[in-house]
Design a protein around this ligand. Structure first.
Ligand SMILES: *[C@@H]1O[C@H](CO)[C@@H](O)[C@H](O)[C@H]1NC(C)=O
Ligand SMILES: *[C@@H]1O[C@H](CO)[C@@H](O)[C@H](O)[C@H]1NC(C)=O
Ligand SMILES: *[C@@H]1O[C@H](CO)[C@@H](O)[C@H](O)[C@H]1NC(C)=O
Ligand SMILES: *[C@@H]1O[C@H](CO)[C@@H](O)[C@H](O)[C@H]1NC(C)=O
Ligand SMILES: *[C@@H]1O[C@H](CO)[C@@H](O)[C@H](O)[C@H]1NC(C)=O
Ligand SMILES: *[C@@H]1O[C@H](CO)[C@@H](O)[C@H](O)[C@H]1NC(C)=O
Ligand SMILES: *[C@@H]1O[C@H](CO)[C@@H](O)[C@H](O)[C@H]1NC(C)=O
Length: 779
């Protein structure tokens, strides 16, 4: 029984080590993984209330207004755990009954999900909720520490979706509400509408076809415009493409825009947009791959700079989640604006009988230009408002609101490609680092409730950290940044959290602080602390582009820990890599140790089986982390292992019950290890055969940013098979030396051991994911 216990414990150790490995994604490894912890930030949630997915920053009132299911909260912007006020907005029994009678689920659909929250000119707020599939809007104010709804019960049709599961977008400009949602109960009549005027899209497949609305933003394009142009509202969405001949439904990403001054046409396009133009937005992650689908955007405008320098950061996910990749692409607003103001149109051209093909329009374009705002040129023709536009211009735009040109990201490639939990939301902040340069830091929410923090340093993508915001891991549904508090606010079905953009105190050493390459943090030599650049009193050591730690003071030597060992027994020496990009090496009496039957390299330490006299001595655990300037080696732990017992050592550190010397249990132990090796080798072979083990691509690499564009897609087989990428350019993803067995930085540490039978074969196993093994539990 004792032996059995022993085998089981070994199996458990191996298993837990493997599970730890399985957590880490295969590429673009975040340097640090921060697990969920109360101290990561402030949490707000109320018992019995869910779906915290709408947020409004009221920096003028010091509030975060949070919309959930049946409730709206006014939270302290500086500490959202502190609720200042709340107001309930539930559906009436009558409304719930009607909703249920129409065949909707009383527990999920027939509730009031707050979906629209905007500030009006007079400081009140405009709020809409799905209201049991009968959307309604109201005015709300905050005064004397109280939130009050005016109970105006305005019709919310076209302002807020009926279906709480449907995506929507809206923006308040002045007191005009621009919204993109579905107008009807069935969710089948999409509309982009401006209220109160009620200017809307034509109900035609060429305008909108099964759209998924994502986001809206306004652009002050009339500012210093030589053409006397109008301000615009941009809308991002995805829809079924009408313009592609395809066997199946193909979804594409789009950007559309309308002019603020649009009042519709006189006869043609009455009460409809005369300026609705749209274009495809592409984020070319993989060649020969279906287009990726836009999920969220963030508009970044440089303060005090003209609108032309504004950028849209957008997150994309693949058409099918069988491909676990997400990407960030960045678009220049002036590129977009140019496509709309100068680009060619696409028009439907009937071929054969019923089939329509969309082609570039090369005929004469009517004047004024279809879809253009009223500008000086139009005014010269006596056209001062859209009501004056000639029918020819209006008919053209009614039939072909689509631009021929595709909008491509800056530099033609994604900024970041990530294999892992799908991206859901993005926020970007700019920070001035110690070198005086300003960097865009991206904060990206995922389906797993984590937030990535990433920076692109001159084309090199670097993921500083991944923080688990929610436990349970709920998808991030909303993400905001306040430039007043400098904090991030994230909402999920479970609750809302507020977190600072950096917590420098997570780095305890200068080396770690500098290798983190976080523009928010630097090492203060005087206080010997990793400090926020914004609070720094003195010059800090920081090297965001290079990760150069040469200015760091020499670390204090590590104190060796005495550890006793029993001959024939087993021993574990603990040592965890300080970062996901570091590799662990072991030395025994200053000689490098390699993994073998008796020395098992685990993620969190070294396991020695059947210890012998010769195993006593000095053990040193070294971490090697690669940066752009050097490979940095630090001593993480040191052990003095002595026979029998030595001063200050604990027998308690011995891991397993001692095996009897040469006894049958040791033989058994080795047999188990041997068996496991065979089993794992078999799994590996099987996985390779099934194509389960994808080849990682490196992110923390000069070529990292754009390498997505160079990926040649080699195979995408069955429904759960993954894709193998190959780099076609000069930077090999997998060179002979780098392939798994070397200390390349792509996994957070690998389980390496050699076959028990043959020391020479040294079958190193790099198991990237336990998940695959769990899947195939029949083995
Ligand atoms: C934040 O607010 C909560 C609830 O009011 C309070 O318990 C907590 O002490 C506050 N934290 C800070 C740092 O002010
Ligand atoms: C609301 O939250 C629950 C979990 O708390 C989730 O199951 C449900 O899908 C959410 N509803 C909507 C409309 O998002
Ligand atoms: C915060 O951002 C707003 C625009 O969103 C801007 O008007 C304001 O000046 C910014 N405030 C600070 C303190 O940067
Ligand atoms: C930073 O993280 C530490 C734990 O690593 C925590 O104790 C501390 O409260 C955090 N600080 C902030 C400002 O969140
Ligand atoms: C770091 O080590 C890798 C191999 O592990 C090597 O290819 C690379 O040249 C080294 N870099 C420096 C700067 O020494
Ligand atoms: C470890 O053992 C040595 C003698 O073997 C002793 O001098 C030393 O003080 C011990 N260290 C600790 C930390 O107990
Ligand atoms: C344990 O090691 C000793 C020598 O150090 C050896 O004689 C013995 O066979 C080993 N036991 C096993 C099970 O390999």
């Amino acid at each position: 029984a004792m032996c059995l216990l022993q085998y089981l414990s070994i199996f458990w150790i191996l298993h837990s080590a493997l599970v730890v490995e399985g957590e880490s994604p295969l590429s673009c490894i975040p340097r640090r993984t921060v697990p969920h912890h109360r101290d990561n930030g402030y949490l707000f949630r109320e018992e019995g209330v869910s779906n915290y997915s709408t947020m409004l920053l009221r920096e003028d009132l010091g509030l975060l207004v949070l919309g959930a299911r049946g409730s709206i909260y006014a939270l302290d912007l500086g500490n959202i755990s502190h609720k200042k006020a709340s107001v309930k907005w539930d559906v009436t029994d009558q409304q719930a009954k009607e909703c249920e009678n129409k065949g909707k689920d009383p527990q999920s659909h027939c509730k009031n999900y707050i979906r629209t929250l905007h500030t009006m000119e007079d400081g009140r707020m405009y709020v809409c909720g799905t209201n049991a599939f009968d959307p309604e809007c109201d005015y709300m104010s905050y005064a004397d520490g109280k939130l009050t709804l005016e109970k105006k019960a305005e019709d919310g049709k076209g302002k807020c979706p009926f279906d709480p599961f449907q995506r929507y977008a809206s923006i308040m400009v002045g007191d005009d509400l621009y919204s993109a949602t579905s107008m009807n109960f069935l969710g089948s009549e999409p509309v982009v509408i401006r209220n109160p005027a009620g200017i809307r899209t034509e109900f035609k497949a060429s305008w909108l076809q099964d759209p998924n609305f994502v986001s809206m933003a306004q652009m002050p394009e009339s500012d210093d415009s030589n053409e006397g142009d109008d301000d615009k509202v941009y809308l991002f969405f995805s829809e079924t493409a009408v313009d592609y001949d395809f066997y199946t439904r193909l979804v594409v990403s789009r950007v559309a825009r309308v002019c603020k001054g649009d009042m519709g046409g006189q006869r043609t396009l009455q009460k409809k947009w005369t300026s609705f133009l749209k274009a495809m937005v592409d984020c070319p992650v993989l060649e020969f791959q279906l287009p990726f689908i836009i999920q969220d955007t963030f508009l970044w405008c440089e303060p005090q700079q003209p609108w032309k320098s504004c950028l849209f950061f957008a997150v994309f996910t693949p058409q099918s989640m069988a491909l676990p990749l997400s990407a960030v692409c960045v678009y220049s607003v002036s590129d977009m604006s140019k496509v709309f103001s100068e680009g060619k149109y696409k028009t439907p051209e009937p071929v054969k009988t019923s089939f329509v093909k969309w082609v570039m329009y090369s005929g004469d374009v009517p004047s004024p230009r279809p879809g253009a705002c009223i500008d000086n040129a139009a005014r010269k023709l006596g056209i001062t408002q859209t009501l004056d536009l000639p029918d020819r211009t209006l008919q053209f735009i009614r039939d072909s609101p689509l631009m021929d040109q595709v909008i491509l990201p800056k530099d033609g490639k994604p900024l970041l490609v990530w294999r892992g939990a799908a991206f859901t939301r993005i926020v970007v902040n700019q920070v001035q680092a110690a070198d005086g340069e300003k960097y865009h830091v991206m904060f990206i929410g995922t389906e797993d409730g984590t937030m990535l923090k990433a920076v692109n340093y001159d084309g090199e993508m670097f993921i500083i950290e991944e923080v688990q915001l929610f436990q349970p891991p709920e998808p991030i549904k909303v993400l905001k940044f306040s430039n007043v508090t400098g904090h991030l606010y994230a909402g999920s079905e479970f609750g809302a959290v507020q977190i600072p953009p950096a917590n420098c105190s997570r780095s305890l050493s200068c080396m770690d602080c500098v290798l983190a390459r976080d523009p928010y943090c630097g090492w203060d030599k005087t206080t010997a602390k990793c400090t926020a650049v914004s609070d720094a009193q003195r010059e800090l050591i920081q090297s965001v582009k290079q990760g150069d730690t040469s200015l760091c003071p020499h670390p204090a030597p590590v104190k060796p820990v005495n550890q006793s060992m029993e001959v024939g027994g087993n021993l574990k020496l603990h040592c965890s890599p300080p970062s996901n990009l570091a590799k662990i090496r072991w030395e025994h009496n200053t000689l490098p140790l390699s993994p073998s039957t008796r020395f098992l390299f685990l993620h969190d330490g070294l396991l020695i089986f059947n210890a012998s006299f010769a195993d006593a001595g000095r053990y040193r655990c070294l971490s090697v982390e690669r940066s752009n300037t050097d490979n940095y080696t630090t001593t993480v732990a040191e052990y003095q292992v002595c026979r029998d017992s030595c001063a200050g050592s604990g027998q308690g550190k011995a891991l397993l019950p001692e095996a009897q010397r040469g006894g049958p249990s040791v033989v058994g132990l080795q047999a188990v290890v041997g068996l496991l090796v065979v089993l794992l080798a078999a799994l590996l072979a099987w996985n390779l055969w099934k194509g389960h083990l994808p080849v990682p691509w490196r992110c923390n690499d000069k070529s990292g940013a754009g390498q997505g564009a160079n990926q040649a897609l080699s195979q995408q087989g069955g429904h759960n098979s993954s894709v193998t990428q190959q780099q076609t350019e000069n930077k090999p993803l997998v060179s002979g030396a780098d392939n798994g067995r070397s200390n390349n930085n792509h996994t957070g540490g690998e389980v390496v051991f050699s076959a028990a039978q043959d020391e020479n074969v040294s079958a190193k196993v790099d198991l990237p994911s336990m998940k695959y093994i769990d899947d195939e539990s029949e083995i």
